[in-house]
Design a protein. Structure first.
Length: 277
C-alpha cells in the first residue's frame, strides 16, 4: 500500500459500542486508516455518504433500519463507488456465499482478529477483494450445495423414458442401439443423453454409470442380460428397478432440502436467542 495514501472508511453498525471499538482498534493499528464517519443504520450511511465519500464501508448485516443486505443492494443499484465489507455474527456459509456472489468485497465474522480485519481492508483497497478462510469455505460449500440441489431437482424431474435411457446408457448401449428399444429417433436419444448428463453433472457415459453405481441407482448387468433384450421377466424386474430408482432420487432430494431447511431454522433460533440478550 502506498505510504502516502489513506484509506477512507465508514463504519455502519446499530451498536455504538461496536462502532467505537472498531474505530479505536483500526486507528491505533494503522495511521493510514481514516475513519471518516460512523452510522447506526444503512439509511444514515447513505445520507452521510453524499457529503462524505469513502473508499470502504464496514457494514453490519443485521440492522433495524435498512439492514446491510438492502444497503449493499442500494449501493450496487445506484452504482455508488464504495467497496463493501460485510460484517456478521453469523458463520452462515449460505448467506456468505450468496453475498459474495452478488459482489461484496469481503465477508467477515465479527469475532475475527484485528489483523484479519486490517488485512481485509488493505486487500480490498488494493485489489478490490478479500477472501478469508471462512469465505473461501463458504464459496466452495455454497457452490457444491447449490449444484447438488440443482442436480437432484433435475433428477427428480426425470420421466420414465428418461430412466429407461439412463439404464441402457449405464448398460453401455449407444444412442443408435437405444433408439429402436424405446421407439424413438437417435436424435431424441441424444437429447435425452444430454439431459441425463446435466442432471447427474457428468460429461461421459462412464462417469454417468459410476455416479449411478455410487448412488445405488444402478446395478451392472451381465452381457447376456443386456443382449437378451427385455423379456416379460426383465420388464417386470426393470419396472421394479425404476420404482426403486425414482424412490432413491426422491429421497436424496428431500434429504438435501430438509437438511438445508434445518440449517436455516437453527440459525433463526440462535439469532432469536441473541436478540433476547
Amino acid at each position: 500500500m502506498n505510504s502516502s495514501s489513506s484509506i477512507k472508511i465508514a463504519i455502519v453498525d446499530d451498536q455504538k459500542l461496536v462502532r467505537t471499538g472498531i474505530a479505536k482498534l483500526l486507528s491505533e493499528f494503522n495511521e493510514q486508516f481514516e475513519i471518516v464517519f460512523e452510522a447506526a443504520n444503512g439509511q444514515e450511511f447513505l445520507d452521510l455518504l453524499e457529503k462524505h465519500p469513502v473508499d470502504i464501508v464496514l457494514l453490519d448485516i443485521e440492522m433495524h433500519i435498512l439492514n446491510g443486505v438492502k444497503t449493499f443492494r442500494r449501493i450496487t443499484q445506484d452504482q455508488i463507488p464504495v467497496k463493501v465489507i460485510m460484517l456478521s455474527m453469523h458463520d452462515d456459509a449460505e448467506i456468505a456465499f450468496k453475498l459474495l456472489k452478488e459482489g461484496v468485497a469481503a465477508y467477515l465474522l465479527k469475532d475475527c482478529s484485528t489483523s484479519e480485519m486490517v488485512e481485509a481492508l488493505e486487500k480490498v483497497y488494493e485489489q478490490g477483494k478479500y477472501l478469508s478462510p471462512f469465505a473461501e469455505n463458504a464459496i466452495f460449500n455454497g457452490y457444491d450445495e447449490q449444484k447438488k440441489i440443482e442436480s437432484l431437482k433435475l433428477q427428480n424431474a426425470l420421466t420414465e423414458r428418461d430412466l429407461d435411457v439412463l439404464m441402457m446408457i449405464c448398460d453401455g448401449l449407444k444412442s443408435e442401439e437405444i433408439a429402436p428399444k424405446i421407439s424413438a429417433s437417435k436424435k431424441t436419444v441424444d437429447l435425452t443423453r444430454t439431459k441425463l448428463m446435466r442432471a447427474f453433472n457428468v460429461k461421459t457415459a462412464n462417469a454417468l454409470m459410476r455416479v449411478c453405481i455410487i448412488q445405488g441407482l444402478y446395478k451392472p448387468r451381465t452381457d447376456d442380460e443386456i443382449e437378451g433384450g427385455f423379456s416379460a421377466v426383465e420388464d417386470a424386474r426393470r419396472e421394479r428397478r425404476m420404482v426403486r430408482l425414482r424412490g432413491e432420487i426422491s429421497c436424496q432430494f428431500k434429504s438435501v432440502i430438509s437438511n438445508k431447511m434445518k440449517h436455516q431454522v437453527v440459525w433463526k433460533q440462535i439469532y432469536f436467542c441473541y436478540q433476547l440478550y
